[in-house]
Write a protein that binds this ligand. Structure first.
Ligand code: IPE
Ligand code: IPE
Ligand code: MG
Length: 245
């Protein structure tokens, strides 16, 4: 059993799943085996979030910068992603999970895109939990592409400097309609954002753990959520101004 306070559950959890390569190295295995083991952690985290009632789970699976990795590793990662999408589709359907994606997914190989769009399509009516995969995603790239689209729209729509509010701009990001993450978890020892959700993490609670992603367990997730629940989110105010529950 866990001692998570249901009323204070983070509505949106985002995860930087890092440390697959180091886990493989530690166990004298090839990096790809680290990624394969990491896929098991994905299953565990998705299942646990669904059980707990988390509404949005965003997983950073592949960054724009990751395209610069060796070709063989990119190939292994994309194949693994395709396999994950095919094998987990039924599970997602059975559990009311809706799959969405953020990032430049057009850069993914066609077979992966096909599996991705099929899973998105076939789960589009589900409302239990949104599983958001960040694929070929970069935070700065997202902001630049939003600016470009605003500019493009301004040719056909009435957009001037007064139109540009934070809400308006947010609606041009990949995450339009998705609330900002309440909790960001980064596994694997590093304390950085690596170009993830730069706009959206403004007031997110950050949680860093040394646990390498392939070893990240249900208990580790619960620990992260409990840590989050002990924090006071002030959003720039002082403690006395916050409504007490
Ligand atoms: C995270 O693990 C998975 C991806 C970035 C795709 P890494 O592959 O970055 O593992 P480390 O950081 O080398 O240990
Ligand atoms: C961040 O991990 C990207 C993903 C988890 C997909 P990286 O391993 O790419 O980040 P850096 O290179 O350590 O910053
Ligand atoms: Mg890494």
């Amino acid at each position: 059993m866990h001692r998570i306070i249901k009323e204070k559950l983070p509505r949106h959890i985002a995860v930087i799943m890092d440390g697959n390569g180091r886990w493989a190295k530690k166990n004298t295995l090839k990096r790809v085996l680290g990624h394969e083991k990491g896929a098991d952690s994905v299953r565990t985290v998705v299942k646990t979030c669904r059980e707990l009632g988390v509404q949005y789970l965003t997983l950073f699976a592949f960054s724009i910068e990751n395209w610069q990795r060796p070709k063989s590793e990119i190939r292994a990662l994309t194949l693994l992603l395709e396999k994950y999408l095919r094998t987990e589709l039924q599970e997602m359907k059975d559990n009311g999970i809706r799959l969405i994606t953020i990032g430049d997914s057009g850069r993914l190989p066609k077979t992966v895109r096909d599996a991705l769009f099929r899973a998105i399509e076939e789960t589009s009516e589900n409302s239990g939990m949104i599983l958001n995969l960040a694929l070929s995603y970069g935070g700065r790239d997202e902001i630049v592409s939003a600016v470009k689209r605003v500019l493009k729209d301004s040719k056909s729509r009435d957009i001037d400097e007064n139109t540009i509010t934070k809400e308006f701009f947010s609606s041009y990001l990949y995450t339009a309609n998705i609330p900002d993450p309440d909790l960001l978890i980064r596994t694997g020892e590093e304390h950085r954002l690596s170009n993830f959700l730069l706009w959206q993490l403004t007031y997110t609670e950050l949680y860093f753990t040394d646990v390498l992603w392939p070893e990240f367990s249900r208990d580790d997730l619960i620990e992260a959520i409990m840590d989050y629940q002990r924090r006071e989110r002030r959003f720039g105010l002082i403690s006395d101004q916050l409504s007490k529950e």
